[in-house]
Design a protein around this ligand. Structure first.
Ligand SMILES: N[C@@H](Cc1c[nH]c[nH+]1)C(=O)O
Length: 407
C-alpha cells in the first residue's frame, strides 16, 4: 500500500535531475547575459507580509508553519513580493535600475496535483524602468531563453491587466459577478458570456466591448486596430498604443513571429498593473512562463518603483524541453595496482579539459561511453564497437574530441 510519505517523496529520477540542472544553467547564463544578478529570498517568511499586502496570494493557498515562539510563518509562496519589499527598503531613486534573477522553489496549495505543493521558478525582476522598451527587453529575454532551449513552436501571449480592469470598473456588478465574468472570458466561453451579459444591466457599448474581448486575440497589429475601434476611453487607446510600441520593439529583436495579443488574458496575481504575458508551448495548456509589469506593488512598501518581471515553471520546462545532449562525457579509466598512478594522472588531465571521468578497478564491470585501458606505453580507448590505440594522454584527448565532433 502506498503510504502518505511515498506520495510526498521527491523525484529521484537521475536523468531528469541532470536535465533540470542543465536547463537551469542555460537559464542562468542567459539571464546574466542581459545583466541580471542572482539573488535569494528566505524560505520562511512572515505570514503578515502576505496578509497585509493587497493583490497577493490567497491565505488558503499558502503553506503555514509555526516557529517555536508561536509566530506564524509561510513557506515562500511568491518571489516577486519579497524582492519588491526588499528593494523598496533600500532604493532611494525610483530611476535606479536593478536587475535580479532567481532560481528558487515556491510553495502553494494550488499547484493542482495532490500534495504537489512545490514548484521551482526561475525568474527575473527588473526595477526602475517604466518604458515600453524595458517591457520589450524583458519579453525578448523570455523569448530568447525559449530559443536557447531549442523550442521551435511557442507563443508569447501579451495582454494588459489595466485594460481589462478599466472595463470591469465601468460595470457596477458584485465581486462574485466580476469573478464569473473573468472566468467566461478566460475560458473563451462565448455562449456563457453572452447569456451572462444578457442579464446584466449595463450600457450597450460596454456590453458590446465585453462580448468582443474573447475575439481580441491574434496578430497584434490587427487586434490593436480592432480594439481601438471598440475602445471607450482615451486611456484604453493609450494602453493599446503602449502594446503597439512593445510589439514594434520586439520586432527589432526579430521575435515578432512568436508574439500574439490576447486582450482577454487574465492573471490571478492581482499585483499586475500594465502589460502581462504568458508563454505557451505546443500542446500544453498551462503556461511555461508568466509575468508582467507591477508598478504599484512597491507603493505598498512605501516606495515608488516601476518594475516588470516573469518566472519560468522550471519543472514544466524540464518535462517538455527537447532532450539536451550531455556536454559532460563519461569516461572510465580502468586501472590496477601497478598502473594506478598513470590512471590518476590521466583522469586529472581529462577532468581539466572538462570531461567527467571515473576511475575503476579492472575487475569492476563498467558502463561508460568511453572506456580507457592503460597499457605499459600506450592507451586503448574503446568507444562503441571500435577501439583505438594511442601513445600519450594528449593523443587520447584529441581522439575523444574528434569522436565528439570537435577539432
Ligand atoms: N511571481 C509571478 C511571476 C512574476 C515574476 N515577476 C513578475 N511576475 C508568479 O509566480 O506567477
Amino acid at each position: 500500500m502506498q503510504s502518505y510519505l511515498d506520495e510526498l517523496k521527491p523525484d529521484v529520477n537521475i536523468t531528469s535531475f541532470k536535465q533540470k540542472e542543465y536547463i537551469i544553467q542555460k537559464l542562468r547564463d542567459r539571464f546574466m547575459s542581459y545583466g541580471y544578478q542572482q539573488i535569494q529570498t528566505p524560505a520562511f517568511e512572515p505570514y503578515d507580509l502576505y496578509t497585509t499586502v493587497t493583490g497577493t496570494i490567497h491565505p488558503d493557498d499558502m503553506i503555514k508553519v509555526m516557529d517555536p515562539s508561536g509566530r506564524v510563518l509561510v513557506l515562500r509562496p511568491d518571489i516577486t513580493i519579497p524582492i519588491t519589499q526588499k528593494v523598496a527598503s533600500y532604493v532611494n531613486h525610483q530611476s535606479e535600475e536593478l536587475r535580479y534573477f532567481y532560481v528558487l522553489d515556491v510553495y502553494r496549495t494550488t499547484f493542482n496535483q495532490q500534495h504537489d505543493y512545490e514548484k521551482t521558478q526561475a525568474g527575473i525582476e527588473f526595477f526602475g524602468n517604466e518604458t515600453a522598451d524595458s517591457d520589450a527587453e524583458v519579453i525578448a529575454l523570455a523569448n530568447q531563453t525559449l530559443l536557447d532551449l531549442k523550442f521551435k513552436k511557442f507563443t508569447i501571449e501579451i495582454g494588459h491587466a489595466a485594460f481589462f480592469k478599466e472595463i470591469l470598473e465601468m460595470v457596477s456588478i458584485s465581486k462574485e459577478e466580476k469573478q464569473l465574468l473573468k472566468q467566461f472570458i478566460q475560458a473563451k466561453n462565448i455562449p456563457g458570456l453572452e447569456e451572462f451579459l444578457h442579464h446584466l444591466e449595463i450600457e450597450e457599448s460596454v456590453k458590446e466591448l465585453i462580448q468582443e474581448i474573447p475575439f481580441l486575440y491574434g496578430e497584434p497589429l490587427k487586434v490593436i486596430e480592432k480594439a481601438k475601434m471598440l475602445s471607450l476611453t482615451k486611456s484604453m487607446v493609450e494602453k493599446l498604443n503602449r502594446i503597439k510600441a512593445i510589439y514594434e520593439t520586439l520586432s527589432s529583436y526579430g521575435y515578432e513571429e512568436h508574439v500574439i495579443l490576447d486582450l482577454g488574458l487574465i492573471n490571478h496575481m492581482e499585483y499586475y498593473s500594465d502589460v502581462i504575458f504568458q508563454g505557451y508551448i505546443e500542446n500544453i495548456g498551462k503556461p511555461i512562463l508568466s509575468g508582467g509589469r507591477y508598478d504599484q506593488l512597491a507603493n505598498q512598501f512605501h516606495s515608488s518603483i516601476p518594475a516588470i518581471g516573469f518566472a519560468f515553471d522550471v519543472d514544466l520546462l524540464v518535462n517538455q524541453s527537447p532532450k539536451q545532449t550531455d556536454t559532460l562525457l563519461n569516461c572510465t579509466i580502468q586501472y590496477n595496482q601497478s598502473n594506478k598512478e598513470k590512471g590518476i594522472q590521466t583522469a586529472q588531465f581529462l577532468r581539466k579539459h572538462n570531461y567527467s571521468v571515473t576511475l575503476s578497478n579492472e575487475q569492476q564491470k563498467v558502463k561508460s561511453k568511453y572506456i580507457i585501458m592503460l597499457n605499459k606505453n600506450s592507451y586503448t580507448l574503446s568507444y562503441q564497437k571500435d577501439s583505438y590505440e594511442v601513445k600519450s594522454s594528449n593523443e587520447l584527448l584529441k581522439i575523444i574530441q574528434k569522436l565528439e565532433g570537435g577539432n
